[in-house]
Design a protein around this ligand. Structure first.
Ligand SMILES: *Cc1c(COP(=O)(O)O)cnc(C)c1O
Length: 457
């Protein structure tokens, strides 16, 4: 086997700008609504939760937004991340396809989430915030934000979904190591947490519930605490575009251009971070790359959800957004890709899927772990169970190319490593994992509780 495997950029090549898809959206944006009035939300309402700089980024239509030097300095701890050609996987599959992956697991937090955690901590710090609140599912977001808050000397409270709190002690300890306070959600600390526990003392929790708790604490803190979200929002997707901007340069180094770009989707941030710069090339440079978002059959928001206005959390405290959703009362099955269990999807990604600029598929849990193990045996990296969804789709693409005798260039986002997810792998090897297909009746049931939006214009 010869030929180059790693395509590395120098520290100086670190992108100086994030790419803002809002500048090039081929479909009209939908308004974001106040959850109480269901009228368009005001900056004053948002400023209870977020610092003004992030609110400005949320609504900005400027195409390129400069990455401040302070953020670039922290990015340099792990960026530019490598682009790797999966030559050994290609060989194992005996495929004519060329497979590349962008490896975000080299971040000290172990995933792409540090790209936005760093930015959010920085903008909060310079706006005078002293403390942040957030939720976490599997713990990847919480640990990334804990690290970023540690760098910028901010306090952090994390509401961690109970099933993960109990089953993922190492992520919890990682957060504590960086100085965060971690609570099992639903907790006794908030009104909403108490109300959930009253109805069901054994509630396993959900991201929707944990978000409600973190938002409640920030909203009632009289400005002392702000809230931070690790996916879904425009500014989060914006910060993640550093991934795709690097990948464009690295594909150039490799002398190839992807026919298909693949990423797993929970709230949509790692996928969009890689795919939006390639979408820009489709929209403006006449490229024809297929952009493929991959979700679990257990949380099929893009493939089975409804494109409609919904709340972002269970207590209806967050702004209402138009998105693909399974309903804010969604209670996920206990699948092992904790980071993919959110009921909704980023509004920009939802709109682009609806309009056909981005494709989506759902893959089953067992086939996903099969792919993860096959990948790890070829390439040596044990992927995060979330990222493994992208690997499943990548392997299927490569096998399809083989069957058709086509050379196809595939790029996927390896959003994180799975070194803290051994209990999921253990369950897989012990034959304890199931395929879970979210039932259509559940989707219908959860749709009765949607906000009744009646926009006059
Ligand atoms: C959180 C997480 C995801 C899912 O979130 P997105 O916002 O859709 O990217 C995927 N992979 C890893 C490793 C994660 O930590």
């Amino acid at each position: 086997m010869n030929g180059q495997t790693k395509f590395m950029l120098a520290e100086n090549d670190l992108p100086k700008y994030w790419y803002n898809i809002n500048a090039d959206m081929p479909v009209a944006p939908e308004p974001v609504l106040n959850p109480q009035t269901l009228e368009p939300v005001t900056p004053e309402f948002l400023s209870i939760l977020f610092p003004m700089e992030l609110i400005q980024q949320e609504v900005s239509t400027e195409r390129y937004i400069e990455i401040p030097q302070e953020i670039r300095e922290i990015y340099k701890l792990y960026r530019p991340t490598p682009l790797i050609r999966a030559r050994r996987l290609e060989k194992a599959l005996d495929t004519p396809a060329h497979i590349y992956y962008k490896y975000e697991g080299v971040s000290p937090a172990g995933s792409h989430k540090l790209n936005t955690a760093t930015a959010q901590a920085f903008y909060n710090k310079i706006s005078g915030t002293h403390a942040l609140t957030t939720e976490t599912g599997a713990g990847q977001w919480g640990s990334a934000l804990a690290l970023a808050c540690n760098f910028f000397d901010l306090d952090l409270e994390v509401y961690m979904v109970r099933v993960s709190y109990d089953s993922k002690p190492y992520r919890r300890i990682m957060m504590q190591n960086f100085g965060a306070k971690v609570y099992s959600s639903p907790s006794n600390i908030t009104d909403f947490g108490r109300s959930v526990l009253e109805k069901d003392p054994n509630s396993p929790g959900s991201l929707g519930i944990a978000i409600s708790e973190a938002v409640e604490v920030a909203a009632l803190s009289e400005g002392k605490k702000k809230y931070s979200l690790g996916s879904v929002l425009n500014h989060v997707l914006l910060h993640q575009t550093v991934i795709g901007e690097e990948a464009l340069m690295q594909m150039d180094l490799a002398g190839e251009y992807p026919d298909v770009v693949i990423g797993c989707v929970g709230g949509g941030s790692n996928f969009s971070g890689l795919a939006y710069p390639f979408l820009r090339m489709n929209l403006k440079e006449g490229k024809k790359t297929r952009l493929l978002a991959v979700e679990p059959t257990a949380t099929p928001s893009l493939t089975k959800g409804e494109y409609t206005f919904d709340y972002g959390d269970s207590a209806k405290l967050t702004p209402v957004m138009k998105m693909y959703t399974l309903g804010h009362t969604f209670m996920p099955a206990p699948i092992h890709a904790g980071g993919l269990r959110y009921h909704g999807m980023a509004p920009s990604l939802s709109a682009l899927c609806k309009a056909g600029y981005i494709d989506a598929i759902a893959v089953k849990q067992l086939a996903t772990f099969d792919a993860a193990v096959q990948f790890s045996r070829a390439e040596g990296i044990i992927p995060a169970p979330e990222s493994a969804h992208a690997i499943r789709a990548t392997i299927d693409e490569a096998l399809d190319a083989k069957q058709k005798g086509e050379k196809r260039t595939i790029l996927f986002n390896l959003s994180g490593h799975g070194n803290f997810d051994m209990s999921a792998y253990q369950a897989y090897f012990e034959g304890k994992l199931d395929d879970f297909i979210y039932p259509d009746e559940e989707i219908k049931r959860a749709m009765v509780d949607l906000p009744q939006v009646n926009l006059s214009k």
